[in-house]
Design a protein around this ligand. Structure first.
Ligand SMILES: NC(=O)c1ccc[n+]([C@@H]2O[C@H](COP(=O)([O-])OP(=O)(O)OC[C@H]3O[C@@H](n4cnc5c(N)ncnc54)[C@H](O)[C@@H]3O)[C@@H](O)[C@H]2O)c1
Ligand SMILES: [Zn+2]
Length: 345
């Protein structure tokens, strides 16, 4: 079993990787956290696939399982309320434990409910998607969407552990695999030019790549938990990407495709400003093409600009854009909204 640590003083925790490690989940978590009761939060896809296995290992009954619907459109206050109801019915206390089993939607919602129920109870994430293992389950950001913007409500709540069992990913549909690849390409672009080369090669060592991405995220979060500085580079592709998701009402495009389209838009902004080398968008589009990742998105440019203007990371008239200085290196560039809208046209 490989372990990477997120180093945050008394909030530090391990990210564990292995094949089949969820067979005996209770044995892994007992030395990490004490708990009186446990609730498993999963979705309608992950429950039938893996729920029974986890329930058996945890020795809990179905009464302690909260199964939520699937998809970005359910990242709402209504779903959070359903999770709270389950916590209440299960008589959770501040000594209890929440375990999430699923992709980023489940860890964001289950993590947020855990962050806020009784002012915070412990959570462990078992991510089942590439996005979950490399990004969403790591770093403590939790939350849900409002109709006006993605992840507008949220809380920082670090998990006690993240347990990544590669065997749970065998059932991942191709579209979500590609979504994960888009986020993996993001890590290569912001931090690891060698990974970008590897992704362009014929043989991609997926497990090593997933661990490397988790390691990059762990390093960045360890240095800047609350996104005061360095953590912002993880938002590369996401300022425009999240706006595309909002414009398409979270239904017509997956997160990975929106981020892929967002990365190309943001690379082009960097190219226009002379910060990003001029052949970068072309090289990235070539890699997207090889991976079968689409950057097609259906939205009105004026609407996109207006949503970008409402970005929660805006300060005054400016937005911190993350631009590539070269493949493998990103930095924060505050730009005025006026400038961004000109460059997006
Ligand atoms: N908190 C963070 O730091 C952070 C970081 C990145 C992304 N996110 C959030 O994560 C979400 C995207 O995550 P995601 O792509 O994992 O989406 P997701 O949770 O919607 O999962 C994608 C789909 O795959 C299904 N699924 C999950 N695991 C499966 C498996 N092993 N086999 C078969 N089907 C499976 C799910 O039921 C869902 O239908 C977005 O809401 C995004 O905002 C959060
Ligand atoms: Zn993302």
């Amino acid at each position: 079993m490989k372990t990477i640590n997120v180093n945050l003083g008394d909030k530090s925790y391990p990210i564990m990787f292995g094949d089949g490690i969820c067979q005996n989940i209770a044995k892994i978590i007992k030395p990490i956290v004490k708990y009186d009761r446990v609730v498993l939060v999963c979705d309608m896809n992950t429950y039938p696939l893996y729920g029974e296995r986890i329930i058996r290992s945890l020795e809990i009954s179905f009464d302690s399982v909260c199964v939520i619907p699937t998809g970005e459109s359910i990242k709402t206050i209504e779903t959070v309320s359903e999770i709270y109801r389950k916590f209440y019915e299960c008589h959770l206390t501040r000594e209890s434990l929440v375990i999430t089993l699923g992709g980023g939607v489940v860890s964001d919602l289950g993590g947020y409910a855990a962050a806020t129920y009784m002012r915070g109870i412990n959570v462990i994430h078992i991510p089942t998607t590439i996005i979950g293992m490399t990004d969403a389950a790591i770093g403590g950001k939790t939350g849900y969407d409002l109709p006006h913007g993605k992840n507008l409500i949220g809380a920082f709540h670090q998990p006690k552990a993240v347990i990544c069992d590669f065997s749970l990913m065998r059932s991942l549909p191709k579209a979500y695999f590609q979504d994960g690849m888009a986020e993996i390409i993001k890590y290569a672009l912001i931090r690891d030019a060698v990974m970008f080369e590897t992704l362009n090669s014929d043989e991609i060592p997926m497990r090593d790549i997933i661990c490397r991405c988790a390691e990059i995220k762990a390093e960045i979060v360890s240095e800047d938990e609350k996104e005061g500085g360095k953590r912002k580079i993880l938002n590369f592709g996401h300022t425009v990407g999240h706006a595309i998701e909002t414009c398409t009402k979270y239904t017509d495009i997956t997160h990975g495709n929106a981020v892929a389209a967002g990365m190309i838009a943001e690379i082009r902004i960097g190219e226009k400003l002379g910060i990003t080398p001029s052949d970068t968008a072309e090289a990235v589009l070539k890699l997207f093409d090889k991976m079968g990742i689409s950057v097609k998105a259906d939205y009105l440019p004026e609407e996109l600009i207006s949503v970008v203007g409402a970005d929660k990371k805006r300060h005054g008239d400016q937005i911190d854009m993350i631009l590539l200085e070269k493949i493998g290196r990103a930095a924060v560039y505050p730009l005025s909204l006026k400038k961004i809208s000109e460059l997006l046209k």
